[in-house]
Write a protein that binds this ligand. Structure first.
Ligand SMILES: [Zn+2]
Length: 367
């Protein structure tokens, strides 16, 4: 292909300032790096488009860094670049479909991956569950990941990106984890979102609830009718729901920002069996801390849930708990078991999100 023609096509395809269309509305913007000083990019036929509309042809491997409030590429500073290639682009070690948008933000590099929502979802499945799970649970995961993304896209409209690529939102590692079963789960539910009164719900989910899912009001204070908490005997089957953790009191003092910690006692539990508060006995008195705050301060992968008991002995605290995650919304291991038991993805979803309705995401639906 004639090189000039290729550039023109690329510029049109990148659409720097095209009007918002139905197709654009179906794009999602995910922050894949927002702490690094530089990233390495690799891809065949990479093109970097400047805001002026000028395109720069990149070599198959390039390093983009931050300097003087700009992004630096091959000795030249830019405010923002949109990069595309013939196929996926590797950012350090992970590959991404669609467009990469790079800019400097607070002295570090902000890398946003902009791609069709449905392509993003195929990449999410194996970051969140395993596509080897029964297909109905893969489809349930596809619907809630889509619903979560769409709700965030509405909430963060006008922001530089819609989603983080971490547990802060949904774990997304690019296209490397795509496979045919993940794609099937996404395609067989194409465009479907869970709604309540016609609007996409806040589709929170977690790994395993340990017996009862949580009421959203207990975690975030907001009582949503479809996040009330349901009984779930299912995640205990075929999966270990319990966890143990031993931590030194000195480590806990650092994490909790308290001095002279001598004991940890349990406060009351809520209706979903989770602790409301944790009482920290210190040489200066007792500190009462919300259990959700305690879990986040120590680490959500260390204290896996707020359903635990604790024993302090000889300078260490020994925790025994059940469940993994905040417990709100769909229980992923429970959904897997329900699928093995023969329930469809729509039955699984209506169980964990009572009162919701599946709808097709239409360009004219307003979301
Ligand atoms: Zn469960």
């Amino acid at each position: 292909m004639n090189k000039l023609l290729f550039l023109i096509i690329a510029i049109v395809a990148l659409g720097w300032s095209a009007p918002v269309s139905a197709v654009e509305r179906d794009l999602i913007r995910v922050a894949i790096s927002r702490a690094a000083d530089s990233v390495n990019l690799q891809g065949d036929g990479m093109l970097a488009l400047r805001e002026t509309g000028m395109a720069v042809v990149l070599p198959p491997a390039a390093t983009v860094s931050v300097g003087h409030g700009q992004i630096m590429l091959d000795g030249t500073g830019y405010r923002r670049l949109r990069i595309t290639a013939a196929g996926p682009i590797k950012v350090n070690t992970k590959s991404y479909r669609g467009v990469l948008e790079l800019s400097a933000s607070n002295g570090v590099l902000l890398v946003i991956n902009e791609l069709p929502l449905e392509d993003y979802l195929v990449g999410v499945i194996n970051s969140e569950i395993s596509s080897t799970w029964p297909m109905e649970s893969v489809k349930a995961q596809a619907v809630i990941a889509r619903t979560y993304a769409v709700a965030k896209r509405i909430e963060r409209h006008g922001s530089p990106y819609h989603l983080e690529a971490t547990v802060m939102d949904q774990v997304y590692s690019g296209s490397d984890l795509e496979d045919s079963r993940a794609a099937r789960g996404v395609h067989e539910t194409a465009g479907q979102v869970l709604t309540y009164h016609g609007k996409p719900i806040q589709a929170f989910y977690h790994a395993t609830c340990g017996g009862k899912t949580e009421d959203s009001s207990h975690v975030w204070g907001a009582a949503l009718p479809y996040l009330k908490g349901v009984d779930c005997q299912y995640c205990a089957l075929g999966n270990s729901n319990t966890w143990e953790q031993a931590l030194s009191l000195s480590r806990l003092e650092t994490a909790l920002k308290v001095a002279g910690l001598t004991d940890i006692r349990l406060g009351p539990r809520n209706s979903r069996d989770r602790l409301k508060t944790v009482l920290l006995s210190t040489s200066h008195g007792t500190v009462t801390m919300p259990a959700t705050k305690f879990r986040m301060a120590v680490g959500s992968t260390v204290i896996k849930s707020t359903n635990f008991t604790v024993r302090v002995d000889d300078g260490s605290a020994y925790f025994s708990g059940s469940g993994y995650g905040h417990g709100v919304g769909l229980c992923q291991w429970g959904a897997k078991q329900r699928a093995l038991d023969g329930f469809s993805y729509s039955e699984i979803l209506s169980y964990y999100y009572p009162g919701t309705e599946l709808r097709i995401l239409a360009p004219d639906a307003g979301f």
